[in-house]
Design a protein around this ligand. Sequence first.
Ligand code: IPM
Ligand code: MG
Length: 360
Amino acid sequence: MVQPNSQTLLLLPGDGIGPEVTAEARRVAEIVAPDLALEDGLLGGASYDAHGEPMTAATLARAKECDAILMGAVGGPKWDNVPRDKRPEAGLLGMRKGLDVYANLRPAYCFPALAAASALRTELVEGLDILIVRELTSGVYFGQPKMIETVGGERRAVDTQSYTTGEIRRVAARAFELARGRKRTSGKFPGVLSCEKSNVMETGVLWREEVTRLHKEQYSDVRLDHMLADAAAMHLVKAPKDINVLLADNLFGDILSDEASMLTGSIGMLPSASLGEPGVPGLYEPVHGSAPDIAGKGLANPCAAILSLEMALRWSLNRPEAADRVWKAVDAALSSGARTADLGGNLTTRQMTDAILKHL
Ligand code: IPM
Ligand code: MG
């Protein structure tokens, strides 16, 4: 067991609003976990500018030695013309793959104070608490071949969606385990809702078969439902409270989690945790991107970054009390009316954090 006082959190602020929101999460960490060693590193465009690589081998090696990694966001128009393998996003994908953090937890929780800020009617989202479990290190993001070629005078692009049984089973196991800890009695899908396109994709067929098999073998106490991913997209806006744990592959999980974020008031609220096998440091990041349009203006909502820290305290650093403090402080700040622009308010990034710190 690692002693709390020897724990290290690696901060990778990245690009755009990443540095602004990570700086606020750092302020919170310094208060709730003063003994935690905080280190800084470069990822994404920031790393490309400094080293010509969006992620260096040294950064990955350091990340593997830390207890958790808190990332901000990567990308921006500045790097639009950089070759794809050097783009900021390649650094993020390299970090996910390098750590093999295959289970991406994306909670879509509607804080009571924000129910009216949702894109949906208040009664549809009041009490909403969905956990999306997205496969993160395989699928069409990484499948080979992946290329643009010229055939018969025209260009042709290829992406490959590929999944092995092992890749499906390990992320599905996480989803089932998480559902066990999130007992639900209400809603149409109180256990795991597994989403794919088994009507048109072979990977969807294998996904459904393997999830079903694993469920029979080890998790028959958890309710399992299946839904085609397009229908799930619809259900998310029709009756989102029906859903407890939503399991999806890398691409569908990416899309469905952005959709789910709007149910909670703002994508600026959503944290995420990417977990691998025990002993592997978790990678924590806001679901929002680098938002270059508002970068440097102090407009960004720091909540997603601060709640990502909360998840790191809970899932990697084994500090549930500190995590609870952070959670309650965010909830209290929102209840007292603190809002950044994305939530319809006028607080700056720093003022929003100040409002949270007041409740710590
Ligand atoms: C996310 C983002 C990333 C993804 C991008 C920045 C590569 O959209 O984390 O959801 O597609 O995974
Ligand atoms: Mg995304």
